[in-house]
Design a protein around this ligand. Structure first.
Ligand code: GLU
Length: 589
């Protein structure tokens, strides 16, 4: 969600450097964008709604610039509301990620002091605050620091001064500084966006700000203004290639990367898994937490921990963990899978329980993230960038990892790794089977035109059908509803009638018979059933055969559901990699 970018250096044209950065931030989701550059001591701003693309000639050539991809929270999606926002005298321009929670109060105080507002954004409040501070502060940097302290909520800003200085401050959304190969300096919401040009990175913590002036970098504390030692890390993403290759969409390419991401999970050392397993076994309580797709992954992990680890693990949804915040403390273990490692509602819980000295484990795909920094047990997915806003391969890697953690707790880590190895091979074979793909595609083109779809599942497949539902809703905007098979007769059975389509994933496990019972009831009411399973059943109207991978069969079952959602979105001619209204990395609450 929303991105900030900055460039200062002689090596490149800032317009192009910032534009490329914004394009590499696109995957996070946004609705409008803008660039500001300095040239001959004055600032020029270019802002647009819609997709990032260069309007040649509208900005002068420059070597210093900032950019922003906006995901509107305050004010409609318009050119005026897009960032960067000029100060009244155009001596600086500012872009912002986050929500200023006390914006109404700050705005009325500024209005009383005579400040005028042009946009509907909370961001403009920050601009005017800095202007007011400038009346007394010695430097822009000091005015930014003091103004930033007045903001409530999770916010990160970047300011471009007409003098050529860039100042950025973080208290929420991520911010990294990258040192370029020819001494240029990058600032961005993630390492990935500037990765090809950067040799080392400095990850800013909350409460830190950075000023870049003529290649001199100053890192300081927002609270005190005192300088902070700069600790650089090697840029591990330098050689990561971003390309759709021969695929029509990133989503399809990423679904095909499932075998690769499973193998990455196996590669992690036994010692790392065993250390977490020990912590889990010693814990008073174990929680898993995530939002959206990572929430489904967190629930699947808790399921595996209960089933294989015999641990009473409880899953939490990031934004719904309110009452748990005071319950989790020292002695508890909290496990967080997250693509970005920056999801705001999950981070808020992690920060709180970190302060209460609970043990945190995270599984993240973005190096240098806040979640990794808060964690006692740090795992990296190493899955390569996931560009499609809809998560597919990362979900697979998250639940494969969760399975392995549970197997480590069970004392059967080696067996878990062997099972995942088999799963990777079977998944690979399935994805290479053209007949299988054509079948999924056929079902997708039929189901895409339904108004409602129902998914049924139980046990290891319950979260899988939930995630299948999420993918269908995200990609095709078709209303989908996941029903726990056993709960069907308690309410949703009223909806079953001729013409209704139900999708189910069934494994050869102890709950198979009860899922088939539910399906029987569905068919008795005239609805038709599309079954994903190792073998067919008389109650399936349509059937998609998948290999029986036993303990890991739920992980395999998500693949046909992801493919189904993909081909449904294609059938409906939707923007597959960027579905409407949703953002990938939700860094605001
Ligand atoms: N709250 C700001 C706005 O609506 C910033 C949104 C963002 O993070 O992109 O303009």
């Amino acid at each position: 969600m929303c991105g900030i970018f900055g460039y200062a250096g002689a090596a490149r044209d800032a317009r192009e450097a910032v534009l490329e950065g914004l394009q590499r931030l696109e995957y996070r989701g946004y609705d409008s964008w803008g660039i500001a550059v300095v040239s001959n001591g004055s600032i020029s701003v270019d802002k647009h709604i819609g997709l990032v693309g260069y309007d040649a000639g509208s900005l002068p050539r420059s070597h210093i610039g900032i950019g922003h991809t906006r995901w509107a929270t305050h004010g409609k999606v318009t050119d005026v509301n897009a960032h960067p926002h000029y100060s009244s005298d155009r001596s600086f321009a500012l872009a912002h990620n986050g929500i200023v929670e006390n914006a109404p109060a700050l705005k009325s105080s500024l209005q009383k002091d005579g400040f005028k507002f042009i946009s509907e954004t909370d961001t403009e409040v920050i601009v005017r605050l800095i202007e007011r501070r400038m009346r007394k502060a010695k430097t822009l940097s000091e005015a930014v620091r003091l103004s930033f302290k007045d903001l409530e909520g999770r916010n990160t800003i970047i300011v471009l001064a007409k003098s050529g200085e860039i100042i950025a401050a973080r208290n929420g959304s991520p911010l990294v500084l990258g040192l370029g190969t020819s001494s240029e300096i990058y600032l961005s919401s993630d390492v990935f966006s500037c990765a090809p040009h950067v040799k080392s990175i400095l990850v800013l913590d909350n409460g830190e700000m950075v000023a870049v002036r003529e290649r001199a970098i100053t890192l300081s504390s927002i609270a005190t203004g005192k300088k902070i030692k700069q600790v650089y890390e090697k840029n591990l993403l330098k050689d990561v290639v971003v390309s759709k290759g021969a695929y029509d969409h990133y989503m399809l390419k990423e679904i095909y990367e499932a075998p690769f991401v499973i193998r990455q999970v196996i590669k992690e050392s036994d010692a790392t898994y065993l250390a977490l397993a020990r912590a889990i076994k010693r814990a008073r309580r174990v929680y898993t937490i995530g939002s959206g797709t990572a929430g489904a992954a967190a629930a699947q992990m808790a399921f595996y921990l209960r089933l294989y680890g015999h641990i009473d693990a409880k899953e939490l949804i990031g934004a719904e963990a309110f009452e748990y915040k005071s319950l989790i403390s020292k002695g508890d273990v909290l496990i967080a899978p997250s693509q970005s490692g920056e999801t705001a509602d999950v981070l808020e819980v992690l920060e709180l329980v970190h302060a209460r000295r609970a043990t945190i484990a995270s599984f993240v795909n973005m190096p240098g993230s806040m979640m990794t920094r808060l964690s006692d047990h740090k795992f990296m997915a190493n899955a390569g960038p996931e560009i499609c806003v809809m998560s597919t391969k990362i979900f697979v890697s998250q639940i494969a990892w969760g399975y392995l953690v549970a197997k480590a707790v069970e004392g059967k880590l080696a067996e878990g790794k062997r099972n995942l190895k088999k799963l990777a091979t079977e998944t690979e074979k399935l994805l290479a089977d053209d007949k299988f793909i054509a079948k999924v595609r056929g079902h997708a083109s039929r189901l895409a035109h339904k108004e409602h779809l129902y998914l049924l599942g139980k046990g290891q497949n319950l979260q899988i059908i939930r995630e299948g539902m999420v993918k269908i809703i995200e990609g095709s905007y078709v209303h989908a509803h996941a029903i726990p098979a056993g709960d069907l007769k308690h309410y949703a059975i009223t909806l079953m009638a001729p013409g209704v389509s139900v999708i189910t994933a069934v494994s050869n496990d102890e709950v198979r018979a009860s899922v088939l019972n539910a399906i029987h009831e569905v068919r008795a009411r005239g609805a038709s059933v599309f079954g994903i399973a190792p073998q067919t059943d008389e109650n399936f109207d349509e059937f998609l055969a998948v290999p029986d991978t036993k303990e890991t069969s739920a992980i395999l079952n998500i693949i046909p559901l992801q493919l189904l959602a993909y081909y449904m979105a294609v059938e409906l001619d939707h923007n597959v990699d960027k579905p409407r209204n949703i953002a990938k990395s939700v860094t605001v609450k």
